[in-house]
Design a binder for this molecule. Sequence first.
Ligand SMILES: [Zn+2]
Length: 425
Amino acid sequence: MKTAPFDSINLNPGPIPHCQICKSKKFEFIVDMGHNAPCDSPLTKEKLNEAETVYPLRLLRCSDCGLVQIDYCVNPALLFHPDYPYLSGITETLKKNLHAIAERCVSKLGLPKNKLVVDIGSNDGTLLEGFKKIGMNVLGVEATNIARVANEKGIRSIQGFFNLNMAEKIFDTEGPACLVTATNIFAHVNHLGTLLRGIYLLLQDDGYFVSESHYLVDILETLQYDSIYHEHLRYYSLKPLIRLFDDQGFTLIDAERIPNYGGSIRVYAQKGRGHPVSENVRKLIAVEEKAGVYRPETYQNFAKDVRANRRALRSLLVKLMDEGKSVVGVGCPGRSATLLTYCGISTDLLPYIAEQANCLKVGLFTPGTHIPILDEAKMLKEQPDYGLILSWHYAKDIIRNLRKKGIRSKIIVPLPNIQIVENEM
Ligand SMILES: [Zn+2]
């Protein structure tokens, strides 16, 4: 089967010269988030005495295929460094979600037991644990040291970046995969062509590739400008994805909206072109069209709302400070770096961020804004007047937990509209 040259859409670090899917050079500018430090590179105390590199962060839309994307690629070795501070198993909610994906994939796609499932970007192996429970043969591919955690749990994982060599090696030693999954890396990889070609080679004929990514409709509808960061090179909607898969020899056969990370899309692709396509795809495109995803003015309104939120949030924090109130941050997900940097919030407005004691970021400082990340025991003891919740997309659950732990501070929810929550949401 003839496929488009896969490596022509691979990106090198630096400014991105053309659309990441269709290679058009016609863009509509959406919003400039300024220069930002990589959002999952919190600093040690010693590093605060050194220079910190920041990179442009601008959001654009391709006028030809409609892909929303950023125009600068940070070297992935810097973004996904060996000490990348993230464990997917860390929250029960996330663990449950990941195990549910495994069940859903196996039943929906009718996968026979004992066949090989490969997860790319497998993190601590939580998703594969779900597949293993159901009786699948599993293998993880993970670039960071977290691969060790998976191996210790008995989830076989290769540490390294997925490429054609690795795909061939896995194929030769383990046989073809019936399913390849990539949750939350499909919008991140700079070598998108190589990724899809590698998956193509690794899959059996008519095998499946299931990915999950932030969904552009949710980003627009709930003003999630804090999900714009260098790790997210692309912000997917269905039309550009259908084109991408077709270019690379796959059929996008189904898609569904899922609540993860404030709104994501799970996309099912099948190796080979011309497979039957679910009615869900047409329905979801209708949802996208209704949300204005394919109209330029939608993005101008989005940018206007983003700028207004920045002004309002800063004004609120300055006002509270002038009134002598104490405010601290709550939770430090990757996306908080964008919000803090873009809104110009540093230790003058937020003296520290409270995090769960088992979070790998405790003891470090936020990238760009250098706010200390401390054990939430401090917040519990001090009971500040306000807590600015930075994992606001999980606000309801987090606030309930804070109350259970005895934290009585009023909680500021920054997005999609600024809200102050006195008790529970
Ligand atoms: Zn394009």
